[in-house]
Design a protein around this ligand. Structure first.
Ligand code: BDR
Ligand code: CA
Length: 319
């Protein structure tokens, strides 16, 4: 979906904690310059600590053959609680599976939060979309530090939360929201248009064996690495869910920018639980419209998974 007025590619910042599925989301964006212009990639602590996520982000850019992309390091811990990581899913590096060389492209000196603020202030209002693939710490910090940017953001498309699927890191919460519920609360209360790719969507986007084989069959370095990455984190989810493959969460965000028609959802009210020990980080989604709370998010619930994997395979072949 290019910019409707100009047909120019949509300008985005990708905020991320790579993560194999983050990597796939970034590769999809970098493979789609007709629809997406990546202004920068901002790393945050999440799946693994920041020192690894910023390196992983650069490894992915180099894998894509795009070392000119600017990568920034952001917050190394959530706003108000200790960092929870997910090495049990993603491996010690966060990107286990393929062996990728250490990056030679530089990390930008500017802090990710300042990059986000500066970019939004410099660009025409309403022209920049934020894509969030990890805990929302960097975005919330930017909104706290520079509240004026809220009105300048076109929309935030994020992976996080759940309604029907409830939780994956606790019985009640999805990982990205659970890691920094206070940041999520700031983002969901910001009034910025939100598109939410919840577990209700991503649990329908499973990397089955034929889909994994299709990545490998691309035959280029990216396709082979994609197959190795999805194979690696599949082992955990297969055991956990007993499903035929693991959910490929984060590329739903960048796929939405290219093919929004493959998703359906409802514009509803979503609030974040920040106090309860039992349900911390729960996305309390008013799917059935039982309150009079104003809608604040387009909360996605379905995906055409065949179209999604066809898009990914076709685009990764371009890199
Ligand atoms: C989310 O948590 C992370 O482990 C994944 O990268 C994804 O962003 C899924 O709950
Ligand atoms: Ca992620």
């Amino acid at each position: 979906m290019t910019d409707a007025m100009t047909n120019a590619p949509r300008k985005i910042i990708i905020d991320t904690d790579p993560g194999q599925d983050d990597a796939m989301a970034i590769l999809l964006a970098l493979a789609s310059p007709e629809e997406i212009e990546v202004l920068g990639i901002t790393a945050v602590a999440g799946n693994v600590p920041l020192a690894l996520t910023e390196v992983n982000a650069r490894k992915i850019c180099e894998l894509a053959g795009k070392p000119q992309v600017k990568v920034f390091a952001g917050c190394d811990r959530p706003l108000d609680r200790a960092l929870v990581t997910a090495e049990h899913v993603h491996g010690q590096s966060g990107l286990d599976g393929p062996v990728l060389p250490d990056p030679t492209m530089p990390l930008q000196a500017q802090h990710a939060v300042d990059f986000i603020i500066e970019t939004l202030r410099d660009a025409p209002s309403g022209s920049v979309t934020l894509c969030a693939l990890g805990p929302l710490t960097n975005l919330a910090m930017a909104l706290r530090k520079a509240p004026d940017i809220a009105a300048r953001i076109r929309e935030i498309v994020l992976m996080g939360g759940a309604y029907f699927e409830v939780g994956n890191i606790t019985p009640a919460a999805e990982f990205n929201i659970y890691v920094d519920p206070h940041a999520a609360d700031i983002v969901f209360k910001s009034g910025i248009p939100l598109v939410v790719m919840s577990l209700d969507v991503t649990h329908k986007a499973l990397v089955t064996k034929p889909r994994n084989d299709a990545f490998r069959a691309i035959g280029n370095a990216v396709g082979i690495a994609a197959a190795q990455m999805t194979e690696f984190f599949e082992r955990f989810d297969r055991e956990k869910y007993g499903s035929e493959g693991a959910p490929l969460h984060d590329p739903c965000v960048t796929a939405y920018l290219i093919a929004p028609q493959i998703f359906t959802g409802r514009h509803i009210n979503v609030e974040i639980e920040t106090k309860s020990e039992l349900t911390l980080g729960m996305t309390v989604a008013d799917w059935w419209g039982v309150t009079d709370r104003a809608p604040n998010a387009m909360f996605m619930g379905t995906i055409d998974a065949d179209a999604y994997f066809a898009l990914l395979t076709e685009r990764l072949a371009r890199l």
